[in-house]
Design a protein around this ligand. Structure first.
Ligand SMILES: [Zn+2]
Length: 346
């Protein structure tokens, strides 16, 4: 991170709507986890696990090296190294609590956080006890930091439609326990939105809210597919929306909330230069945009830093930043009364 976020930015009551729990693990925490788990994962149910690596103790410098990739594949490798070291309910409690501590310090009052339940299924990890750990961390974090948090269960496109439906079912099972939504991430090139109709329909019909990573690494057809076939309520990234004026007009007309992640798009190489990011273009067109971090520790960013980037690189005024922060509250899935309470703080 280059500049320190201004006190104005820190003081805005903000919501973070596109954030992966596994991407909030900082170097000190990952190093600690690697000491807790210095045995390799069993190879049989982890076909893609590098057994050598999964049992290695990492220093904080090792983790920093791991996090300094320059492309999407490097990012996926780092993500894998983290998930290999998340094994017990206590691990999940620890990372949830530390995530909330960092969010609250930036003026975040509410977060909607993706958990890669698709990865847990794939690794054969038992989800129920791990979810108890997350919930223990959340309850402690809400009490200590005065913020709120909802979970979104995230499926991985690469694992296919059936696996995604399993994740949607798990999310529905926990609907009364603070799981608000369902989404899909992973490699867009290996799973068109149309393949995931059943999972989204199931989630919707059972009262879950929906978000979809779309147009991050592929063209606008991925975004229109997410809207038409999946009826997603929010769109993650939507970087390639800039390639289709008609689709942009539609997203503006329908006020579909966009979960933009500027630093993430630059670090994965999807948008090589921050100044080329379409955030300003979308805002000027009247789109309902929100700023988010995606995987803050892996992208060396924070929510406050994203606001600072919008101001420094894209010329957003303080009034416009205030509007973005208010958008984040409005586009959240909090109850209406809570939203108006938070918006009154402006
Ligand atoms: Zn994401």
């Amino acid at each position: 991170m280059t500049t320190q976020p201004s006190s104005f930015i820190l003081s805005l009551p903000k919501a973070e709507l596109h954030l992966h729990l596994e991407g909030t693990v900082d170097p000190a925490t990952l190093s600690e986890l690697s000491r807790r788990h210095c045995t390799p994962l069993a190879a049989d149910n982890n076909r893609y696990t590098n057994v050598e690596d999964s049992g290695r103790v990492l220093s904080e410098d090792d983790v920093r090296a791991l996090y300094s990739y320059t492309d999407f594949v490097g990012f996926l490798m780092a993500f894998k190294a983290v998930t290999e070291r998340l094994r017990t309910p206590e691990d999940y409690e620890l990372i949830t609590y530390r995530m909330m501590q960092k969010l609250a310090a930036q003026g975040v009052v509410h977060a909607e956080v993706f958990v890669s339940v698709g990865v847990l299924f794939w690794r054969g990890h038992p989800i129920d006890p791990l979810f108890e750990g997350m919930e223990a961390g959340r309850l402690r974090g809400e009490r200590d930091f005065g913020m709120t948090l909802y979970w979104i269960f995230d499926a991985v496109r690469n694992f296919g439609a059936e696996e995604a439906l399993k994740v949607a079912k798990k999310a529905v099972e926990y609907r009364e326990r603070n799981v608000i939504g369902f989404g899909i991430g992973g490699d867009e090139r290996r799973g068109a939105p149309e393949e995931f109709r059943d999972a989204y329909r199931y989630a919707r019909e059972h009262g879950l809210r929906t978000s979809c990573h779309a147009g991050e690494t592929t063209g606008p057809e991925s975004i229109s597919g997410a809207l038409d076939a999946l009826h997603t309520e929010r769109l993650g990234h939507a970087l390639s929306l800039q390639q289709s004026p008609e689709l942009l007009q539609r997203v503006v007309r329908e006020q579909v909330p966009l979960e933009l992640c500027i630093a993430s798009n630059q670090r994965t190489g999807c948008c090589p230069r921050i100044e080329d990011h379409p955030v300003r273009k979308y805002f000027d067109a009247g789109a309902m945009i929100t700023l988010n971090t995606d995987d803050p520790e892996m992208f060396q960013t924070s929510l406050a830093h994203e606001y600072q980037l919008a101001q420094d690189v894209h010329g957003f005024s303080e009034g416009e930043l205030r509007q973005l922060a208010m958008n984040s509250i409005r586009a959240s899935w909090l109850p209406d009364e809570r939203k108006s309470e938070l918006l009154k703080r402006y």
